[in-house]
Design a protein around this ligand. Structure first.
Ligand SMILES: Nc1ncnc2c1ncn2[C@@H]1O[C@H](COP(=O)(O)OP(=O)(O)O)[C@@H](O)[C@H]1O
Ligand SMILES: [Mg+2]
Length: 343
């Protein structure tokens, strides 16, 4: 019998709250991350992703936050730990302009980084050459000015620079934002390659759900709260009927028709996926699908085509957010009803 050793915990967040003045922008967030994992932090703009990461990476003063935050076993709340933590982490900011010197060549950027981290320049260069090779940054561009590089190359140089001091954890804020759709996947592939070859734990902060493709776990944030934290496949499987979706193309689809379809009681969610397309999630798909079709036809609604699919992570995210919005709306209705009764 072999006991699988679990990887050590590298980040521990317990009941984190962040407030700017009266505005609380991170609310009771707790999560634990093991060494070697790739964590995706997802949420629409303003959800609190960057703020949470700024706490973990010691970029936000203690007066703004409460809770426990440990990074490589060091408490981020203690000032004397901060330089040690910074030595253990790398940060690739949202806009790579922020950590690159555009008039410099990648090589010259390494000198600057080496001196920032008090590293031997020769050692930094060796590490950089290895990283540039893993990242397929063409050798003839290493001594070219950065501003002459393509967007994708700049992104990769920025990623390499975040790793020069060989940190245990790399944080990447929106690494695929502003990258052409067809190159996005290649950025993700490079991150996965670095994760596998170097064993680096990674946090990918993004509003681009495609990033989930390389993530071991996904954290979903909305309005400061952590709604979910788990393996993307497990999250999808937690949907009604394990995420099986009935996709319908409907003639002259409109809101009224969607409401009528929603009236079928096993239906849990309906997503409008196109002008004439809806995706329906329901309880006990196999048992109920033929009755659903009958229900739609009885309502005089014409189905042009129909397929059975499994929810993608993007759909999961939409559904989860939609559920949360509905829950909030119901709470507000409930509150105003009880106010009415009291008045
Ligand atoms: N320094 C700050 N002062 C005041 N409000 C801030 C500050 N930083 C962020 N916020 C607010 O906190 C919320 C979350 O922002 P942010 O963490 O950047 O979201 P995300 O990265 O998910 O887009 C936003 O409403 C933003 O305006
Ligand atoms: Mg952000």
């Amino acid at each position: 019998m072999s006991l699988k050793k679990s990887s050590p915990i590298v980040v521990e967040v317990d009941d984190l709250n962040v407030s700017f003045g009266k505005k609380r922008v991170v609310k009771n967030v707790s999560l634990t991350v093991n060494s070697g994992e790739i964590i995706g932090v997802f949420g629409i703009s303003g959800a609190g992703k960057t703020t949470m990461i700024r706490v973990i990476t010691c970029q936000l003063k203690k007066k703004y936050w409460t809770g426990t935050v440990k990074v490589t076993n060091l408490s981020a709340a203690r000032n004397k730990n901060q330089s040690k933590i910074l030595g253990n982490i790398g940060y690739v900011p949202q806009l790579e302009e922020l950590n690159l010197y555009y008039d410099f060549k990648p090589y010259a950027n390494i000198d600057t980084f080496a001196s920032t981290y008090g590293m031997d320049v020769k050692k930094a260069k060796d590490i950089a050459e290895n990283l540039f090779t893993i990242l397929d940054i063409p050798k003839d561009t290493w001594s070219k000015k950065l501003k002459k590089m393509s967007g994708g190359e700049k992104k990769r140089v920025s990623m390499a620079l975040g790793l020069i001091h060989q940190p245990a954890i790399l944080f990447l804020d929106e690494p695929t934002t502003g990258v052409d759709a067809y190159k996005r996947y290649s950025i993700l592939t490079y991150l996965k390659k670095l994760n596998v070859q170097l064993g680096t734990t990674m946090f990918i902060i993004s509003h681009d759900m495609e990033c989930s493709l390389v993530c071991d776990k996904a954290a979903i944030m909305r309005e400061g709260k952590l709604l979910e934290f788990g393996k993307p496949a497990d999250l999808i499987a937690s949907l009604p009927s394990n995420g099986v979706i009935a996709s319908f193309t409907i003639e002259d689809l409109n809101k009224k028709k969607i409401e009528e379809i929603k009236d079928f009681s096993p239906v849990r969610n309906i997503i409008r996926a196109g002008n004439d397309v809806i995706e329906v999630l329901m309880d006990n798909y196999d048992e109920n699908i033929s009755d659903l079709v009958q229900h739609i036809m009885n309502a005089g609604i014409k189905i042009t085509s129909m397929t059975k699919d499994i929810a993608t992570f993007r759909r999961y995210f939409q559904i989860r957010i939609q559920d949360e919005e509905e829950k909030e709306r119901r709470n507000i209705d409930h509150l105003s009803e009880s106010n009415d009764m009291n008045n």
